[in-house]
Design a protein around this ligand. Structure first.
Ligand code: AMP
Length: 307
């Protein structure tokens, strides 16, 4: 079993009603890699950073079993930078800055040692780069999961449609699902999006949980009701990392196992939002994770007798 994660590794500057950060380590692939590392000894990263990216953060990722053979370092260039500001409800945010920098010319390298990839996680990135990685794998992985965002719908819709036609599972939020399908009803949106390629669709609804669709079935996972959400940045990526990390570690891509996967993903995401950036997910214990998953089980378990 081998898991490959592609996506941005970045600097973020975040503002929430609780405070503001300077440039801190972020990026979709950072969150995904860290989250999936709790389920897999080795996570193979494909990404690019500039010479300004701290070596200590690369070491931190390696300490989590992240293989950085596919991480390019462009010494004379700057890392991707994103800045966002959350509204008071924490469910919506404005992107203040997106500086592509090294991502603007990213030509992903897939090292030979990644060629046994069975589980591929395409984190948020230009859809043309996501499809290039699929093309550069000699054998099609058993499962390809993709994440994307409204930014790419605005600037690269054609490329996005092509990449969508190549993947098995798409994970997006409700706003993005509506934009992509031009449908307000999420059930109608799911049908339209699955007709574009993915056989399975995950629609994340922030504090209202997540929906998992295939052609015939739908499953709902709640989000954990938390007293305080500190910073939602990366929650979607952390969710995706938990989801694919769990599937890769259990080697089971049935719909029933995907249900368990979204519970693990939701549990990982519930940690992520408790602190700024990756702070809360760099050092989780197995006991903490298990007890959080148990809280999800307790949250939705009830007995009912009909008739
Ligand atoms: P999320 O909160 O799950 O949507 O993910 C936030 C992360 O996505 C941040 O760490 C950003 O660095 C990263 N990000 C934001 N915009 C983009 C983009 N256009 N391409 C790739 N990564 C991005």
């Amino acid at each position: 079993m081998s898991l490959v994660v592609v996506g941005s590794v970045a600097f973020d500057a975040i503002e929430t009603p609780f405070g503001k950060t300077d440039k801190i380590i972020g990026g979709a692939a950072t969150y995904i890699s860290l989250a999936s590392s709790y389920f897999n000894n080795k996570v193979n990263l494909v990404a690019v950073v500039g010479g300004d990216f701290p070596k200590s953060d690369i070491k931190m990722l390696q300490g989590h079993g992240v293989n950085t053979a596919g991480l390019q370092i462009k010494e004379n260039e700057k890392s991707f930078f994103w800045s966002g500001k959350y509204h008071n409800d924490m469910n919506s945010r404005d992107t203040l800055v997106t500086e592509l920098n090294v991502l603007g010319t990213f030509d992903p390298i897939v090292p030979d040692e990644y060629q046994d990839c069975e589980y591929l996680m395409l984190g948020n990135l230009a859809p043309s780069v996501q499809s290039t990685v699929i093309k550069r794998l000699k054998k099609r992985p058993k499962l390809i999961v993709m994440d994307t965002m409204n930014f790419w719908m605005d600037v690269a819709m054609k490329d996005l449609e092509h990449t969508l036609s190549l993947v098995d599972v798409l994970s997006i939020n409700d706003e993005e699902a509506r934009q992509l399908s031009k449908e307000y009803s999420l059930v109608k949106a799911a049908k339209k999006i699955m007709a574009m390629g993915p056989k399975v669709l995950i629609i994340k609804k922030g504090e209202h949980g997540a929906l998992l669709f295939n052609k015939d079935q739908v499953f709902f996972a709640p989000a954990l009701p938390l007293e305080e959400v500190f910073d939602p940045t990366g929650a979607g990526d952390t969710f995706a990392g938990g989801f694919i990390g769990y599937l890769a570690s259990t080697k089971d891509i049935s719909f029933d196992n995907m249900k368990r996967g979204i519970i693990y993903g939701s549990a990982m995401a519930s940690f992520c939002v408790e602190k700024f950036g990756v702070e809360r997910i760099v050092d989780l214990s197995t006991a903490e994770l298990e007890s959080r998953v148990q809280q999800f089980v307790d949250l939705v378990q009830f007995e009912i007798r009909i008739g």
